[in-house]
Design a protein around this ligand. Structure first.
Ligand SMILES: [Zn+2]
Length: 133
């Protein structure tokens, strides 16, 4: 079991496939900043009286914001983990490389664009398209 688990992780600290080391460094910075932003947002929502805008106190709005912040923290944590363990920059569904331009726009992206769109359309109840990815 240990052998299996190890076999799935290529090399600890190995640069992600297809992504230059310099790009990885800036993506990591982006992720760390996002993580911090989400954390601060969540603290702001959790600690009463820290929100500057009183409109945001509406329970539904706060719930939505908290869910977004929690999801953001989870996504960025996961992306940073993949970055150090290997597998970052690869689509979790089709295993293709995620283009750098997409990672720059969404550093915590787990899926390539076609897979993401497919997922979104399935979730919205449309007919699932041909398995192009
Ligand atoms: Zn994909």
């Amino acid at each position: 079991m240990t052998e299996l688990a190890r076999a799935r992780v290529p090399e600890v600290g190995a640069p992600p496939a297809g992504i230059p080391r310099s790009a990885t460094a800036s993506l990591r910075e982006l992720l760390e900043r996002q993580f911090q932003d989400y954390t601060e947002q969540l603290i702001g929502l959790t600690v009463p009286g820290r929100l500057p805008d009183s409109d945001v106190h509406h329970p539904d709005t706060v719930r939505t914001l908290m869910r977004t912040a929690r999801q953001g923290i989870a996504d960025t944590t996961e992306a940073l983990r993949r970055m150090s363990e290997g597998g970052y920059g690869r689509c979790g569904r089709c295993d293709r490389e995620i283009p750098l331009v997409r990672l720059r726009a969404a550093p915590s992206a787990r899926w390539c664009e076609p897979c993401q769109q497919h997922h979104a359309s399935v979730r919205h109840g449309h007919e699932p398209g041909p398995a192009g990815c």
